[in-house]
Design a protein. Structure first.
Lengths: 147, 120
């Protein structure tokens, strides 16, 4: 079983942005660029950047309740066999359900949200949340496919 | 230039929404506004043409999910057509391709809609 100890102690790259949805596209392009720079195939890099878009959107919408002046930091750690992307933020801790997404039920309830975490978990090999001393952390790992 | 554009027109009794560009949480309100306008105008046969859509997140897919039940209750449907492989794959990742009708092109999609029931 692979674990996050494989990654360097300090990020290879990090960026701190304000909690503004207009910055999402920049985050997506940056993540895709970093993933391809570190030899992830383009299709894989595009999916990783979508997962990060979903995670950052969740932070802005739920943890920061759409307030657009709160900071969040995205850190990128690269190892020979994978990438760890960590989002650090304050605000409300995430409420992540382990319950399997049931599209039929969500449609009946006319729900518009709830698909983002499903996308993140489907794309990434590992998605974990934790809160320590008021700081929330979302860790997402994607391992490289063996050649 | 805006990163997301939306326009609509009626084609053979079907309200067609043309999405172009990058649809994320920042842009999604415009998509929802247009979809709601169509439903309020009693257009329950709705086709989303994504030929020029190059990116979608759960925010956009959630809008489709949030209104599909209302539209189907009225005898209509929301179908999708002409998606790129990448966008189609995003829908597939959340299981939409098992619940929604994805059609190759606009003409074929329009032909699949049933006429709406007469208004009471």
């Amino acid at each position: 079983m692979k674990n996050s100890n494989r990654f360097p102690p300090k990020p290879d790259f990090s960026i701190t942005i304000l909690s503004q949805t207009q910055l999402l596209k920049m985050v997506v392009e940056l993540t895709r660029h970093i993933a391809t720079l570190f030899q992830f195939p383009l299709a894989e890099a595009q999916k990783i950047s979508l997962a990060i878009d979903e995670a950052v959107t969740n932070v802005i919408k739920h943890s920061y309740a759409n307030k657009d002046d709160r900071p969040l930091t995205i850190e990128y750690y690269v190892a020979p066999d994978g990438i760890l992307i960590r989002i650090l933020y304050r605000g409300l801790p995430p409420e992540i359900s382990d319950e399997e997404v049931n599209l039929g039920r969500m449609i009946k309830k006319k729900r518009k949200g709830g698909l983002g975490v499903k996308l993140m978990k489907t794309i990434m090999d590992s998605v974990t949340y934790q809160t320590v001393d008021g700081e929330n952390r979302c860790d997402m790992i994607k391992w490289r496919k063996a050649k | 230039m805006k990163s997301f554009q939306i326009r609509s027109k009626m084609v053979g009794g079907v309200a067609v929404l043309y999405l172009k560009g990058h649809l994320d949480a920042h842009q999604v309100a415009r998509f929802e506004k247009e979809l709601v306008r169509m439903i309020k105008d009693s257009n329950f046969n709705i086709l989303i043409n994504g030929q020029d859509l190059n990116y979608i997140t759960s925010a956009g897919m959630g809008i489709i999910m949030g209104y599909i039940d209302e539209v189907r209750e009225k005898g209509g449907d929301i179908k999708l057509c002409s998606l790129s492989e990448r966008v189609h794959e995003t829908f597939d990742l959340v299981g939409f391709t098992e619940i929604y009708d994805f059609v190759q092109n606009e003409q074929a999609a329009i032909e699949k809609f049933k006429p709406l029931p007469p208004k009471a």
